[in-house]
Design a protein around this ligand. Structure first.
Ligand code: ZN
Length: 310
């Protein structure tokens, strides 16, 4: 069973003029998932709230946090490249709360797998947003789990773009080096065969650390913009993209035979405007592969990923 953390009000209305449609992706993803065999294995959880100002201050400056909370100054409130509104602010506080809740629930009960169907964290910096990302929700959650419970974890970020928010926060929050040790923010580089080889190499290090008891949880965000037909991506064919998912979940399955390491999924990027269903289909297939390797449920589900019309 996959526990998906979701509240309708964490999704804002679509805002014309925003390039990124990721703010509405949680709702669109769940609607899509409802039409797949994955849905039979999903439980929805809505028992979470927004992150607080104090939570955000662990990873961001007061000037930036207050700019986003109030909308002023607007240039700083919109440094994420998305239009600010009170409704959008509230949705961002909830998507960060969603990730925190899913991550916390997974470490509380590692036998389950949790999912926060969210995006918009991994380019944020301590003093501003960037690239459709507002706050470093990954850092906020990791610092809370470490400071309150002494737990350390890893992020496997297979979005098409380098997840700089964790690395950019190390100087701001000194104990992040313990909460997410160096080498435990995995971003595969290169494309096609080289991408998979780089990922395999980096996953060995995560597996070693999990088996050594150094990591209590692993988060996996398989951004669909690492697919070759995404307009902001290029790295993987559909087969390679799915192979990357299998490599991660097979590694985690091996670990979980030895140690109860917690697993949380997130979505991250994916921008195709010619066929948005291909983005949702990739995310759904990733979820199905997770269920296969970590839940023992073989769904044999294949979504349609349409070739890009040039
Ligand atoms: Zn991306």
């Amino acid at each position: 069973m996959l526990n998906i953390y979701y509240r309708d009000d964490m999704v804002p209305a679509d805002v014309p003029g925003n390039y990124s449609k990721s703010p509405t992706k949680p709702r669109r993803f769940l609607e899509f998932l409802r039409g797949t065999p994955v849905w039979l294995h999903v439980a929805l959880r809505d028992n979470f709230g927004p992150v607080t100002r104090d939570d955000l201050l662990t990873a961001h400056t007061p000037a930036y946090v207050d700019a986003f909370l109030t909308g002023q100054p607007r240039s700083l409130a919109e440094s994420n490249d998305l239009r600010w509104s009170p409704e959008f602010r509230d949705s961002v506080l909830l998507t960060n709360g969603c990730l925190l809740a899913a991550n916390t629930a997974a470490v509380d009960n590692p036998a389950q797998v949790t999912m926060a169907p969210v995006s918009g964290f991994h380019h944020a910096q301590p003093e501003r947003g960037s690239g459709y990302c507002t706050f470093s929700g990954q850092v906020v959650a990791a610092l809370k789990l470490y400071r309150e419970r002494g737990l350390r974890g890893a992020w496997i970020d297979l979005d098409g773009h380098f997840g700089n928010s964790i690395e950019d926060s190390r100087a701001f929050a000194a104990d992040l080096d313990v909460a997410i040790p160096r080498g435990c923010n995995v971003n595969a580089t290169g494309s096609h065969v080289a991408y998979l080889a780089d990922l395999e190499h980096k996953l060995h290090e995560i597996e070693r650390r999990v088996l050594a008891g150094e990591l209590a949880y692993v988060c996996m965000a398989h951004g669909a913009d690492s697919h070759e037909w995404d307009q902001l991506g290029h790295q993987c064919t559909t087969a390679e993209w799915l192979q990357a998912a299998d490599m991660v979940y097979e590694m985690l399955a091996r670990c979980r035979e030895v140690r109860p390491v917690a697993v949380t999924l997130a979505l991250f990027g994916g921008y195709r405007d010619d066929h948005p269903e291909s983005v949702l289909g990739l995310h759904a297939m990733d979820t199905a592969q997770c269920l296969k390797f970590l839940g023992g449920v073989e769904l044999k589900y294949m979504a349609e990923v349409h070739a890009r019309r040039s």
